[in-house]
Design a binder for this molecule. Structure first.
Ligand code: HEC
Length: 219
């Protein structure tokens, strides 16, 4: 049975989540991460900075990954909200199509990590198709969400074949359902079909795991 993982809860207990919606991200060196020890746990791990880190999971790299993830969400979400407020959801589709990959590319360049979004039901199939590890973790996220864990608290980290890998689940909030839900307006649907003829990313209910932010760093 996978253990619940609560890094955001842990981070918010540490008082570093203030930057979450500002896009600034916490300054890494200020993260009060301590390493009480390491422990053998099968993946996905319980990434709680107050608990011993699992074997092979670097607390420093985990903290860096959490920060980059916060910067991604903290930049994209306000952009999306602004685009919807200023031009409506059809306009926001265009913004999302340009801005989401641009933010991922910029963060990758700035940080040296490979930053992307992945999904078991991709909209942008050329960018968001998960690899084997990501597929495994996305399925585990789904299982846990169905088991009652809040999606926002689901993440995991692991060192795989010389790479440090981190994933943070992205649950569908009410806002997301405009473009990912079960009751999508006709104009939004036709704009989506035009741009993404193979779109699989509709039909979600609130709380379900829409996808994840996935980070990779060669170590
Ligand atoms: C205005 C419409 C719109 C809204 C609202 C929206 N999305 Fe999306 N979403 C898109 C589009 C368009 C893409 C494809 C972007 C691209 O081309 O990379 C996408 C892609 C994604 C992806 C990448 C994986 C994939 O399927 O391509 C994730 C994850 C995602 N959205 C999650 C969310 C979440 C979580 C929310 C709510 C916070 C949300 N979206 C709200 C339009 C939207």
């Amino acid at each position: 049975m996978p253990m619940p993982i609560r890094p955001f809860a842990a981070l918010s207990a540490l008082g570093v989540l203030g930057a979450f919606t500002l896009g600034a991200g916490p300054v890494l060196s200020q993260l009060p991460v301590s390493v009480p020890g390491v422990t053998e746990v099968p993946p996905p791990y319980a990434l709680d900075f107050n608990e011993p880190m699992p074997t092979g999971v670097s607390p420093e790299l985990t903290a860096e990954a959490v920060s980059i993830t916060q910067q991604f969400v903290g930049t994209l979400l306000p952009t999306l909200q602004l685009a919807i407020a200023s031009g409506g959801p059809v306009h926001a589709i265009e913004v999302c199509a340009v801005e989401a990959p641009a933010i991922a590319a910029r963060l990758s360049e700035q940080t040296g990590w490979d930053v992307s979004r992945v999904s078991l039901k991709a909209r942008n199939s050329s960018a968001a198709a998960p690899d084997f590890w990501e597929t495994t973790i996305l399925n585990l996220f789904d299982q846990r969400q169905r088991g009652g864990e809040p999606g926002a608290s689901l993440n995991t980290a692991e060192t795989v074949s010389g790479q440090f890998r981190y994933m943070q689940a992205q649950p569908a909030a009410p806002l997301c359902l405009t473009c990912h839900g079960t009751d999508i307006s006709e104009d939004v649907m036709s704009a989506l079909q035009q741009r993404y003829p193979n779109d699989m990313a509709t039909g979600y209910l609130e709380g379900q795991i829409r996808g994840a932010i996935s980070l990779i760093k060669d170590i």
